[in-house]
Design a protein around this ligand. Structure first.
Ligand code: ME8
Length: 517
């Protein structure tokens, strides 16, 4: 089971959401092709003060705003070829049931008590901050994240987070990969070592949330703190707490994929809530960095908020997926710019992969009667390329096991580069007259190497990789990783469809098509 964070439903999808969805989709696809039974879950964070305020500003009810945004995220998922198995919306009844259940279990553990909260709250972050974390800029009180905070004083239910310092530290110690990459683990460990204070987990000053069961000792109705509500979405999808459906076996999740700004919630609050409720903890919190447009933070006022759907339409879906996953070392911040995207498309996808496929497949169509060529005896170079192409899957798997898609792709494309050099060095076109048998062998080896590479490329560039497998005549049932080796090699004489381009070059507006070819 793998999840994305659930985006706040108060605004349209941006490039950071697209990045997280694409990466998580690639992890899910990789495991699925590797024979695992995978549950890929995303959702929408639809409650809280931020939602209520945005809806008021836009003259909508919070539910109308949530519905509109959920539709936009659905379109994003479809466009990016990154649909999840389930979308948990926190306004769904099944979710309220799960959130209520976790609350009751924490209460039954004796770890929820009523008191008065007074302190700083950032609506933008939906987070409480300690006095010591607040700074003042031009008379405005700001959270460490730079968002404005307001003073809040209200009756609140508290969770005994302070009791969890030792247990959390012991868990991080016993599970060194619980928070990955390591730099985020280190931040969390030192934060927890400084001590934890109890957490306010309900609000009374607005009502757009899951109601807390009424108690005689409370003065006014409470709704759950939006993070208690939101984090529980991960369990809602499985029915683990409520017994609904047949997915309970997926819990605990293997990985929650999240951005670096919400590690505290996932690596401190969430495991503490789960320990309190007696529920097994997720295996890993997998943290990615932030995306910037040419080094600048995206913001509405700077006007550099990019619609990911526009990007996909401009560059192509697989092209955008490839760019994100190859260009940015997972866990680090990354930059995107038109030049960087075009460079990746043209150098790796069009020149290396696309050209090799195009040249070899069109030679096969022309010279081998449109069927898989018949190889003669293999040379050392032939065998080396095929062995490398097979080994690349193992290396990609190792990289994906540590959530390093950039390394998986670097390895796969290193072999694509080797295959290009092999093809250029063997000069099958020159052998056409002098040694047609050898030409067939070279073309066979190239096509078979492409097959062995296209199979592990599917999680990253699904449409293009499956298009390439179509061109190689690989049956839909023979595309899982178990089929990537020698025993499922292309069969000489098997018919092939007419060749078609796999990755066209990105041509700048005004630049003549093919001018640089
Ligand atoms: O945080 N680059 O929602 P969200 C990369 N509702 N990732 C980014 C990013 C950027 N510029 N900006 C945001 C929330 N993200 C909560 C989550 S989970 C129980 C509740 C990432 O819409 C961010 O780090 O602000 C998070 O993982 C996801 O996008 C949703 O952010």
């Amino acid at each position: 089971m793998i999840t994305t964070a659930i985006p706040y439903a108060n605004g349209a999808p941006h490039i950071g959401h697209a990045y997280e969805r694409i990466a998580t989709d690639a992890f899910a696809r990789f495991k699925r092709l590797d024979g695992f039974d995978v549950l890929f879950v995303t959702g929408m964070d639809e409650h809280g003060q931020k939602m209520q305020r945005t809806a008021e500003r836009e003259g909508l009810t919070p539910q109308q705003l949530a519905d509109r945004t959920a539709g936009q995220f659905q379109t994003m998922g479809e466009t990016l070829n990154a649909l999840a198995d389930d979308v948990v919306r926190t306004t769904q009844p099944r979710h309220a049931e799960a959130a209520l259940e976790i609350w009751k279990r924490m209460e039954a553990a004796g770890e929820i008590y009523l008191a008065k909260y007074s302190g700083w709250y950032s609506v933008r972050d939906e987070a409480y901050y300690d006095e010591s974390e607040i700074s003042e800029v031009e008379g405005k009180k700001l959270a460490p994240t730079g968002t404005p905070v307001e003073w809040v004083e209200e009756e609140s239910w508290f969770f005994k987070l302070s009791a969890y310092q030792e247990r959390l530290l012991a868990h991080y110690e016993a599970h060194p990969d619980f928070i990955t990459p390591e730099k985020y683990r280190n931040e969390i460990v030192s934060f927890v070592k400084r001590g934890l204070t109890d957490l306010s987990i309900s609000r009374t000053t607005f009502d757009w949330g899951i109601p807390v069961p009424a108690k005689p000792e409370t003065n006014s109705p409470h709704v759950m703190y939006v993070w208690v509500d939101a984090l529980t979405n991960y369990i809602t999808a499985t029915g683990f707490l409520t017994g609904e459906g047949d997915r309970a076996r997926f819990w605990p999740a293997n990985a929650h994929v999240i951005g670096k700004d919400i590690t505290r919630f996932h690596a401190i609050y969430w495991p503490a809530f789960l320990m309190s409720a007696g529920v097994p903890l997720p295996e890993q919190i997998v943290v990615h960095g932030f995306l910037f447009s040419r080094g600048e933070k995206m913001s509405k006022s700077v006007g550099n908020v990019v619609d990911p759907i526009d990007l996909a339409q401009r560059y192509g879906v697989d092209q955008l997926r490839y760019f994100f996953l190859r260009e940015i070392p997972f866990g680090q911040d990354g930059n995107y710019s038109h030049e960087a995207i075009v460079n990746r498309i043209n150098a790796d996808l069009a020149n290396d992969l696309g050209n090799l496929a195009q040249r070899s497949l069109s030679m096969i169509a022309k010279n081998c009667g449109g069927v898989v060529p018949t190889p003669g005896e293999l040379t050392e170079a032939d065998r080396a390329l095929l062995a490398d192409a097979s080994a690349a899957l193992g290396k990609a798997r190792e990289a994906m096991d540590v959530y390093a898609p950039h390394l998986a792709l670097a390895e796969l494309f290193r072999v694509v580069g080797d295959a290009n050099r092999y093809f250029a060095g063997e000069e099958p076109w020159a052998k056409k007259k002098t040694d047609p048998k050898r030409m067939e062998t070279i073309l066979y080896v190239t096509a078979e190497a492409l097959r062995r590479l296209a199979i592990p490329l599917q999680p990253f560039i699904p449409a293009a990789a499956s298009g390439l497998l179509d061109l190689l005549g690989v049956a839909p049932g023979a595309r899982d990783f178990v089929h990537a080796g020698e025993k499922d090699a292309l069969t000489a004489g098997a018919p092939l469809p007419a060749p078609a381009p796999v990755f066209p070059r990105y041509v700048e507006e005004g630049e003549a098509q093919g001018a640089k070819n």
